[in-house]
Ligand binder design. Structure first.
Ligand SMILES: [Zn+2]
Length: 247
């Protein structure tokens, strides 16, 4: 995953937030922490000097504006060991509007080394100006990346299907590389797209023909069945693409 942002909203558990924090400073720089480098090990033990968690003080229900200001002040200090300094606000919905306002400047113009993670069950409770500056991660980063990959692949498949047999043949090689675990979500995504296409068709949209929709529905259904019988990914990819090749 491209870590192009300085701020994330993690709509998931505290573990998901800590996992992302470790990934952001991991030496390997992937979507998931490698778990073996020094940064990952310290992060897991909860002793990494560049990961700081800000939470509600004991007996309080809110993260105070003073805590938010202290975070902003600390953010300017360079990291100790890692290339980044990560702040986890958990739960971020405990930030009042004033505390969120205090963070805005940091969100708008963060020092290069700063990463912020706002962990919350209710992203909608954060003010819009904060939300618009964060990338939302649902659950784990790995799950979000997988979902993005599957969505992109479904787009690419439908695009290829509209362009005919040659495009589909090229695409089937792409599809063969799909992780086994992603095949079912991919077919699910196609099923949803088919339903949308059918609904649009019923409303008079003729971007695709009724035959195309019917073929797609049948092919996706059959591939889902194949999957249950443990048929390999290349075979499913080939079948899906062959079914939709009409020219
Ligand atoms: Zn690591």
């Amino acid at each position: 995953m491209e870590l192009y942002t300085h701020a994330y909203i993690v709509a998931g558990s505290s573990d998901d937030a800590r996992n992302l924090a470790a990934a952001l400073i991991c030496e390997r720089g992937g979507a998931e922490p490698c778990g073996v480098c020094a940064h990952c090990r310290k992060a897991r033990a909860g002793i990494h000097p560049d990961i700081e968690t800000v939470t509600t003080p004991r007996d309080k229900r809110q993260i105070s504006i003073e805590q938010a200001r202290a975070l902003v002040a600390t953010a300017n200090i360079a990291p100790n060991e890692a290339h980044a300094r990560v702040f986890i606000l958990d739960p971020a919905d405990a930030l009042g509007v004033n505390a969120q306002d205090a963070l805005l400047q940091l969100l708008e113009d963060p020092p290069e080394h700063v990463q912020l993670i706002l962990r919350t069950d209710a992203p909608g409770s954060l003010i819009a100006t904060v939300r618009s500056r964060c990338r939302v991660v649902t659950g784990s980063v790995a799950k979000t990346v997988a979902t993005e990959r599957v969505t992109e692949l479904a787009d690419a498949f439908l695009d290829a299907a509209r362009h005919g047999a040659a495009a589909l043949t090229r695409f089937s090689f792409e599809l063969e590389k799909l992780d086994r675990a992603d095949v079912a979500p991919f077919l699910d995504e196609l099923r949803k797209r088919t339903a949308t296409l059918a609904r649009d068709y019923a409303r008079g949209d003729r971007t695709v023909s009724a035959e195309f929709i019917a073929t797609l529905r049948r092919a996706v259904g059959e591939c889902a069945e194949y999957l249950e019988y443990n048929v390999g990914t290349p075979h499913i990819a080939a079948k899906l693409c062959a079914e939709l090749s009409t020219d």
